[in-house]
Design a protein around this ligand. Structure first.
Ligand SMILES: *Cc1c(COP(=O)(O)O)cnc(C)c1O
Length: 874
């Protein structure tokens, strides 16, 4: 029956209930409990059957029931109330509207591009953390009133849903979605016809797409859909699956996302009057081509050269990298990309060799045969960030080759730690409890609100935890039964499932995608030990596991099979379960119901991780390797850190050491704490840890905190830079591009002739200062083109400066007319005792640079034979 095409007939609502259509059409229901309650009240049974999807509910509910509700004053009153609440939410000034910053207006709008979005389980357009993060970014932007326009692709088959074979092997299913049955509308032109976005391909072909608009609260999300009659069957399938197909398929997807996405934004703003974005945010390399399209626009519309257009694009572009694993980076064969930007598909003003240079791995260890999307993103964006402090550090090391000559600490990649959207992930009971403690639920999003959690009643908190755990147990049994039926078991064989898991037992959750670095099976290292923990007579634990392996990853599927086989064993199957089809719905259930969230990646391969944040907000505790966000915010008493065997090179031994540490933690710390109840039958010390988790992590892990950080640290500065270069008919762009070319050309002529200490107390002491003089050869450059700095720091064993401080030296007199030599002098405070060293360096300087290392140019003194560049200070 493969030939059957889906379509959805929308119901006609009685006039009195017309607001229901409007409420269903805005995804805010996904995080607004009162709206969901109104839908649930329409027909609680159907509501369960359609998995809490308002549009499907409206499609299934009988017209008799609707007529009945139309006459129900109580229902209509509640409906009017949530409809009015939505209106207020959509129009009232929010954080962003009250945010004045330093006086300059914030960005008019920000276009946010991502290959995937996790917004609700009803829209399977995500595979894992990257998509969930993008979804939480949009929702939080909406809550804060940040004018973001999301851009992505509509995958007709989404990401797969997972089932198990009788042997425990992962099976994939790609159900087709029908956009008309989903909360989205087609973007139409003034003529009422669907807007068509077209992207050129080699051979004179064009890839055409329609645009669907999803309302994510205040934020529009534009999804490009190539499944259109105008495309030949091959091109129609470009947006069939998320991360499916071969290399060329993926390249076409990314061209549509980047190039087509910018065109979709233009069309949307023109048709709706939405402010035109000043900032473009690439969420990972998949979106990199958006920068090329913007370069093209500047060349075509403003008559800029390629270099000038590049500067104009860079100032307003932000790039976020999400992977600490080189293998996780999106790369294409060079000639494939070349083919797409040359010949009959060449772009006027964008010479193909310039495009190729943007993605070239032109650094030590780089592969000349590939086009690297992350590297291109970094060259097209003036501001770049990783997604946790540790990941920022790892990224600076990983991409250091792009800024040769700079210490890793100075590589211009900053970090903004991810966060999660509380109203999506936090159980309603926990939200209510919070709202009661702090009187005002909005207050809960602010730091002061969280401190009051300390005053929550222990009993209330504990009862809430039990409610959530019990709900997980019930949900797990339901899912397990469904899975066993799919695996071929008969109902009669499944009586045991009624006794699977126990709402009073310490519950460990473990759910994630299954790449090898996440080590799904680490817990199976010592099976006997795990069994004894599960079956402990007084202090047992139970484990709920979920996760999908990439369809092409047989290694991952084998790991799942190992877990499933272990969990199938009648001896332990009541204490450990694998639940298929990890998606947002299952994730909610797990992060809310787990007492402890286990995460054991190979450090530092987890860029950030966000599932543990969701757990913390629900009053669960984290037990994790110190990686990603946990490395940053574990404070010794808000959960547990699994000691890592970082220095151990041999993977097998490392796994053995870390697994043993894991069992020890459960046996010696976690279980005793959980089961240690006082005379009131409350685990006081456990509850204390929960409270401390909420107070210490609550305000940090919120995606609203993250989006505020993006606004203040990246979006606002990017908008200001782009305004400055755009002023006076793009005069700044021309100036900056000319300056950069001149500096790059003249740089080989710059060197430091002489450096000397001009004065320091003897012996040097803390509180004093070091006076330095330097003579610098500037060649063709002027003093205004450079900054000359003294760096002072402690010396490490290799004679390198450790965390140096810097002070700028000033040119004594201008550049003499008859000499290339300029004398500099200045001083730097001696602020730390011990063996120190100093050096002088020259960097390019321009008011429109976001970072001194931006050009990757630096000059340090020629070290004398056998000496490093740092000079010991005595
Ligand atoms: C939160 C979430 C993720 C990301 O979690 P990690 O901690 O990065 O593993 C992945 N998938 C789903 C369904 C989620 O809800």
């Amino acid at each position: 029956m493969k030939a059957i095409r889906r379509f959805t007939v929308r119901t006609v609502l009685p006039e009195e209930l017309s607001q229901l259509g409007r409420l269903a059409a805005n995804l805010r229901w996904a995080w607004h409990a009162p709206t969901r309650e109104v839908f649930a009240a329409i027909d609680p049974e159907v509501w369960e059957a359609v998995e809490h999807d308002p549009l499907r509910l409206l499609g299934e509910v009988t017209s008799e029931r609707l007529t009945e509700l139309a006459a129900d004053d109580g229902f209509r009153a509640r409906l009017d109330e949530v409809a009015a609440d939505l209106d207020a939410y959509l129009t009232e000034p929010r954080w962003y509207q009250n945010e004045t910053g330093d006086g300059a207006p914030p960005p008019s709008a920000i276009a946010y591009f991502s290959a995937e979005y996790g917004l609700t389980a009803a829209l399977p357009q995500y595979s894992g953390g990257l998509g969930i993060l993008a979804g939480d970014h949009l929702k939080s932007a909406s809550d804060l009133g940040v004018p973001v326009i999301g851009v992505g692709l509509l995958y007709r088959h989404g990401y797969f849903s997972q089932k198990l074979s009788p042997e425990g092997w992962q099976l994939e299913d790609y159900p087709e979605i029908d956009p008309r049955g989903l909360p989205m509308t087609q973007l139409q032109g003034a003529d009422g016809e669907p807007v068509r976005i077209s992207v050129g391909l080699p051979g004179g072909r064009a890839l055409v797409a329609h645009v669907w608009v999803i309302k994510v609260g205040r934020v529009p999300l534009l999804l490009l859909d190539a499944c259109q009659e105008m495309n030949d069957p091959e091109l129609r399938s470009v947006t069939d699956r998320l991360y499916g197909g071969g290399t060329e398929h993926r390249l076409r997807q990314e061209l549509l996302l980047g190039v087509g996405g910018v065109r979709a934004v233009r069309a949307y703003c023109e048709l709706t009057g939405h402010p035109v974005p000043e900032v473009f945010h690439m969420n990972e390399g998949h979106a990199g081509f958006l920068g090329l399209e913007r370069v093209r626009e500047y060349v075509a519309a403003d008559g800029l050269t390629f270099e000038q257009a590049l500067e104009a694009t860079r100032t307003g572009t932000v790039f976020t990298t999400h992977t600490p694993v080189p293998a996780g980076i999106d790369r294409f064969p060079r000639d494939l990309v070349e083919r797409h930007f040359s010949g009959d598909n060449a772009i006027d003003g964008l010479p193909v060799e310039r495009i190729m240079a943007l993605g070239a791995e032109s650094y030590e260890g780089g592969d000349p045969g590939v086009f690297n999307m992350a590297v291109m993103g970094m060259r097209l964006a003036q501001r770049v960030n990783g997604v946790s402090l540790l990941h920022g550090e790892v990224s600076r090391r990983m991409f250091q080759g792009l800024w040769p000559g700079f210490d890793t600490a100075e590589v211009p990649i900053t970090s903004i730690t991810n966060g999660v959207h509380a109203r999506t992930w936090v159980a309603e009971e926990a939200q209510e409890l919070a709202a009661r403690i702090v009187d005002d639920s909005d207050e809960f999003t602010r730091v002061e609100g969280w401190r009051k959690v300390v005053g929550a009643s222990e009993r209330e908190l504990w009862e809430m935890r039990r409610t959530l755990r019990e709900r997980l147990v019930v949900d797990a049994r339901r899912r397990l039964r469904r899975s066993w039926r799919q695996r071929g078991a008969s109902e009669a064989e499944l009586g045991w499932i009624d006794d699977v898991l126990d709402p009073n037992i310490l519950t460990i959750g473990f759910a994630r995608r299954v790449p090898s670095y996440k080590r799904l099976t680490l817990m199976l290292r010592d099976r006997d030990r795990l069994k004894s923990l599960l079956l402990h007579p007084q202090r047992p634990l139970q484990i709920v596991i979920a996760g999908k392996a990439h369809p092409a990853d047989d290694g991952g599927k084998r790991l799942i099979q190992e877990i499933v086989r272990f969990a199938d064993d009648p001896e332990v199957r009541h204490r450990i379960v694998f639940l298929p089809d990890y998606d947002m719905a299952l994730a909610r259930s797990l992060v809310q119901g787990s007492d402890v969230w286990l995460n054991n990646p190979l450090r530092p391969l987890e860029a950030c991780g966000t599932s543990g944040m969701k757990v913390a907000l629900n009053g669960g505790l984290n037990l994790s390797i110190r990686d990603g966000w946990w490395d940053e915010w574990f404070d010794g008493s808000n959960g547990w850190a699994i000691p890592t065997a970082d220095g151990v090179a041999e993977p097998d031994r490392r796994d053995a050491i870390e697994a043993a540490a894991l069992y020890d933690l459960f046996e010696e710390q976690v279980a005793p704490l959980f089961y240690d109840h006082d005379e009131d039958d409350l685990p006081k010390r456990w509850i204390e840890m929960v409270k401390h988790t909420l107070v210490s992590l609550g305000p940090k892990v919120l995606a609203t905190r993250m989006v505020c950080d993006y606004v203040e640290r990246l979006y606002r500065p990017a908008a200001e830079s782009s305004r400055r270069v755009a002023a006076d008919g793009l005069a700044g762009v021309r100036d900056l591009a000319e300056w950069k070319q001149r500096v790059v050309r003249s740089w080989p002529g710059v060197h430091i002739e002489h450096v000397e200490v001009a004065g320091v107390e003897d012996p040097p002491q803390v509180g004093g200062e070091l006076k330095v003089r330097a003579t610098v050869v500037l060649g063709d450059l002027e003093p205004a083109d450079v900054r000359v700095e003294v760096a002072l720091g402690r010396l490490d064993g290799a004679g390198e400066l450790v965390e140096p401080s810097f002070a700028r030296l000033s040119a004594a007199e201008g550049k003499p007319a008859d000499s290339p030599l300029v004398r500099y002098s200045g001083s730097i405070p001696l602020d730390r005792p011990g063996a120190c060293g100093y050096t002088v360096r020259v960097l390019p300087d321009h008011p429109l640079l976001a970072h001194p290392a931006e050009l990757g140019l630096i000059v340090v003194p020629e070290p004398p034979e056998g000496m490093v560049a740092g000079m010991p200070l005595r």
